[in-house]
Design a protein around this ligand. Sequence first.
Ligand SMILES: Cc1cc2nc3c(=O)[nH]c(=O)nc-3n(C[C@H](O)[C@H](O)[C@H](O)COP(=O)(O)OP(=O)(O)OC[C@H]3O[C@@H](n4cnc5c(N)ncnc54)[C@H](O)[C@@H]3O)c2cc1C
Ligand SMILES: NC(=O)c1ccc[n+]([C@@H]2O[C@H](COP(=O)([O-])OP(=O)(O)OC[C@H]3O[C@@H](n4cnc5c(N)ncnc54)[C@H](O)[C@@H]3O)[C@@H](O)[C@H]2O)c1
Length: 450
Amino acid sequence: MDFDVIVIGGGPVGENVAWRTAAGGLSTAMVEKELVGGECSYWACMPSKALLRSGHALAAAQRVKGVVGGSLDAAAVLERRTGFTSNWDDSGQVQWAESENIHVLRGNGEVTGEREVTVRGADGETVYRARHAVVVCTGSVPKMPPLDGIGDTPVWTSREATSAREVPDSLVVLGGGVVGVEMAQAWARLGSQVKLVVSGDRPLPKMEDFVGPLVAEGLQADGVEVLLNGRASSIKPGELTLQDGRTVRGSHILVATGRVPATKDAKPLTIDDSGLVSGVDGRWLYAAGDVTGRALLTHQGKYQGRAVGTAILERSRGFEPKERSAGQAWADHVAVPQVVFTDPEVAFVGHTAEEARAAGRDVKVVDLDIAVAGSSLHADGYKGRTRMVVDERTRTLVGVTFVGQDVAELLHSATVAIVGEVTVDRLWHAVPAYPTISEVWLRMLESYGL
Ligand SMILES: Cc1cc2nc3c(=O)[nH]c(=O)nc-3n(C[C@H](O)[C@H](O)[C@H](O)COP(=O)(O)OP(=O)(O)OC[C@H]3O[C@@H](n4cnc5c(N)ncnc54)[C@H](O)[C@@H]3O)c2cc1C
Ligand SMILES: NC(=O)c1ccc[n+]([C@@H]2O[C@H](COP(=O)([O-])OP(=O)(O)OC[C@H]3O[C@@H](n4cnc5c(N)ncnc54)[C@H](O)[C@@H]3O)[C@@H](O)[C@H]2O)c1
């Protein structure tokens, strides 16, 4: 059977590619081996944020004098989380896909030749051909560290951590990355005794250096024991042993030590900005999302997916996507925004000061506490910090980081400034409303020297 486009993987990224090519009039099939909607909908973004949200709302209310009492009902929080996953049922998303003229094929898809995909499903094996393009959007899977005993020990991965039906008595979290800190706080606030094992001197080591200590402080305030410089060497049921001899015990152990692309060799598919896979002749094989290893984030993968969909449509009409047009995911290199949904929240975009300097840029760094009228009204004793990294040659921003309660919604202003290459001199005229937390922008520009 032939289609114009065959997308392998029906996660958020595959859905976006398929949506765009189908809307553009190309016959499109999307192959999915588990649930249409992918990791994000059922075992990642949505359930993890639902597990965190109630605790954050309660903590926020309790930081304002005059609010008295309040508590979390863990069972109700878990029920709300389950609602966001549609109880792990994808019929709504399949219905949506079909209503958008996307042909859903159930089964495991594999590229078995040029423009050829073999789908192995409950009904056996079928070979399909794609007239224009095959797009690989198979996502990523948890990376397991090589610990003694790992194969014989039942552990939680992010799937169990986001779908558990009961609060564990105690939880050891291995890995101080984004999954580790978010899940440590979610389960601690729901009543579990949590220990977080971080391999270096702070969690979130890839972010600006002040981020990790502030997040660790927030976790500790919720009773999480944060063990620094803890490299695990072996594991057995209920117990993790670190290289320095420390043992860490818990009724459950979550391994959150990163993810690898869902390809046969666990290596990423390298792409150009239109999504074409490098080293494949004939311009027919594309990839987008986690499987490319570019940015393991739903929004950025969906952006790549929109670029791929646009590029396929344009090439099918005989055009090449122009530089910096919608068919080129160039923002991947300059302005990837991310929010870590802990309390305090972390919101950052672009490059850290260290990355910018390593790339040879002459940068000026502005560091400030978030202490404006808006923040003091928002929460009594508001604590937050921000960093702005400015390229001194162009006087434009290369990176911005905010840490503090409810900073996530500040982030898009920074993304717009970086993508728009807005100079600090022009930014001066973007006046933040009083009294909002956004006034920190004014303070940053004043500190910069305007
Ligand atoms: C706990 C957790 C929380 C997260 N929270 C956030 C967040 O808050 N914000 C954010 O932006 N990102 C978050 N992420 C990252 C986000 O989940 C991923 O970036 C996103 O899911 C990537 O989308 P994707 O479509 O590339 O891959 P996936 O969502 O992994 O989807 C890939 C799909 O392909 C299918 N598939 C794989 N191989 C085949 C095959 N051979 N044949 C057929 N189908 C196949 C899979 O079954 C899956 O449905 C989180 C990740 C985790 C683990
Ligand atoms: N809010 C969000 O946007 C969000 C939330 C969750 C996940 N994600 C995405 O999912 C991806 C995966 O997240 P993740 O937290 O699994 O990976 P990660 O790469 O962010 O963090 C993994 C951490 O584990 C540590 N580690 C690795 N091996 C270890 C060992 N043997 N002992 C102790 N520590 C070890 C690493 O140093 C690293 O800090 C991330 O890239 C992130 O972008 C995003």
